[in-house]
Ligand binder design. Structure first.
Ligand code: ME8
Length: 509
């Protein structure tokens, strides 16, 4: 059997509605999972919500609701965004679920038994929005949090601590022995620098709130966010509950996260797992931030981009395409409506949409809607398709979806050139060129099949529609990459021209 693949997203805080950054993380993660399914691998794709934070408690209070009711509502809001963005989720976890309480308590119990949790007193700079302490060195001038640029507060606490400091050397060794543990490399380097400075123990409980998971040995304290959040990745694949599922998918292949929470995933999480004698995940894959016209999105500026309205206006696949193509994975990127419309019109409506309509219209007009099967394949053009497929696979293996899409659009543009050069309309006029026309049309149909399969991770709906019109109904399943190794599968298929895939957007309206 093919090797199982397990990918997680960060679990979202439910203290505010999702923004386009959340949508980006869901979409990138879904694209990777779909690609793995196209390789024939069994995939488990987990996402969920992080409900026990102090910010969530505050948001519930502001909404005049009990945290549970507030979270019920917000969990649905996030799940709905997954539906709208097209996430092919295997499960959606809420940290308030009993199955997750059991995981967190078990981890706390194990770490406590190891002597890695102790009661202590702590003072330090604390950012309320990060729910984390910072060293004075990490703060920006004026004691500002480096992420939120808000003033950090000096806090004193009496609660339980996790001996993170004990694991600094072991984690460093793990980084050295596993160069792919934390990628891209710039984020890995940040973590190595942090490890070099040494680690401080961290507070893992609160006595000031009741909204959370109580410590097994001291009911007056509840577990503090990161301990109970990170452990969701275990709960999601049946930790303590379903041994077969757990053994199939753990350790996770990839944790997809944004750059602001790398240290929790690449430093704290491995330490927790080491303390609990659980295998470490294989990779923490870090993406950059999506900005709005170069600015960080924030409630105060009022520039938060709502992904739901973008999908309603421009459609799911165009938004997926835009984010995956526009943002070089790992780097920060920008959203603007103008850039989205430009990409839509140029890449989707013009390059891909026109090619598809044109080729299908010619097959309809010249060959009674059937892809010719007689004249054989054009070796040189097939080699172009194979070469692009290899570049695509290489980019996807390196988690560079923007480059994979670049490769596919290279094929789209080569196919457009091929139409111009071969002039099928001229061949159609000459009865002696019947075989040539057959060959050209078959080749173009094959190029479109390759494009349709390769865009599946990025634009699943468009991929399915294109394949259906080319005579390969998927019926909700996944296309397989290995089918691209066989040339000529389109031959003899009845095609369906259908409506334009991407009607042009008129910017003036
Ligand atoms: O951090 N662009 O939740 P969260 C791209 N609950 N990604 C962004 C972003 C932006 N502008 N803003 C945030 C949490 N993200 C914790 C995670 S995991 C055990 C606990 C990313 O709702 C962010 O980096 O604040 C994170 O990966 C995800 O969105 C959820 O952020």
């Amino acid at each position: 059997m093919s090797q199982p693949f397990y990918l997680t997203t960060a679990i979202s805080y439910v203290n505010a509605k999702p923004h386009v950054g959340h949508a980006y993380e869901f979409i990138v993660s879904d694209a990777i999972c779909r690609y793995r399914r196209m390789q024939g691998r069994p995939v488990f794709f987990l996402s969920g919500v992080d409900e026990h934070s102090a910010t969530v408690e505050k948001a519930a209070e502001e909404a005049g609701q009990h945290p549970r009711d507030y979270c019920d509502y917000m969990a649905e809001v996030f799940l709905n965004l997954h539906r709208l963005t097209g996430s092919s989720l295997s499960d959606f976890i809420r940290t308030s679920e009993p199955r997750h309480h059991d995981t967190t308590k078990e981890l706390l119990r194990r770490a406590y038994a190891k002597g890695d949790i102790y009661k202590g007193h702590y003072e330090g700079w604390y950012c309320f929005s990060c729910e984390a302490f910072y060293l004075a060195d990490d703060l920006l001038d004026g004691e500002l949090c480096p992420v939120h640029k808000k003033k950090a507060e000096w806090r004193q606490e009496e609660n339980y601590f996790f001996r993170l400091s004990r694991y600094a050397e072991a984690i460093k060794r793990h980084f050295e022995e596993h160069p792919d543990f934390n990628v891209p490399v710039m984020y890995r380097n940040e973590m190595l620098a942090l490890l070099d400075r040494g680690l401080q123990d961290i507070s893992i409980s609160r006595s000031t709130t009741r909204w959370g998971i109580t410590l097994p040995w001291d009911e007056s304290n509840v577990s503090y966010v990161w301990f109970d959040a990170l452990s969701n990745y275990l709960t999601g694949v049946g930790f303590l509950k379903d041994e077969a599922l757990f053994n199939t998918y753990w350790p996770a292949d990839v944790h997809v996260i944004g750059k602001d929470i790398n240290r929790f995933h690449s430093v704290l999480w491995p330490a927790m797992l080491m303390s609990c004698d659980i295998a470490l995940p294989k990779m923490v894959l870090v993406h950059g931030f999506v900005y709005h016209k170069g600015e960080k999105m924030s409630k105060t500026i009022g520039n938060i981009v709502d992904p739901v309205s973008l999908i309603e206006q421009y459609g799911r696949d165009p938004l997926r395409y835009f984010l995956l193509r526009e943002i070089a994975f790992g780097q920060d990127g920008n959203y603007s409506e103008d850039a989205l419309i430009n990409r839509y019109n140029a890449d989707l409506a013009n390059d891909l949409g026109n090619l598809f309509s044109r080729v299908l219209a010619m097959i309809k007009k010249y060959r009674e809607q059937r892809v010719p099967r007689t004249a054989g394949i054009d070796g040189a053009f097939q080699e172009v398709i194979s070469k692009i497929r290899r570049a695509y696979v290489e980019s996807m293996e390196q988690y560079a979806p923007h480059l994979a899409l670049g490769a596919v659009w290279d094929l789209v543009s080569k196919a457009n050139d091929y139409v111009q050069k071969q002039e099928p309309w001229a061949l159609a006029k000459d009865p002696n060129k019947k075989d040539d026309l057959d060959r050209v049309l078959l080749n173009l149909a094959e190029a479109l099949r390759a494009v349709a399969v390769m865009i599946h991770p990025f634009m699943p709906g468009t991929s399915e529609e294109m394949l259906k019109r080319l005579g390969f109904p998927l019926d909700g399943g996944f296309p397989l990459l290995k089918d691209l190794e066989h040339a000529g599968l389109c031959a003899g298929n009845t095609i369906d021209v259908g409506a334009s895939l991407f009607p042009r957007i008129d910017k003036t309206k």
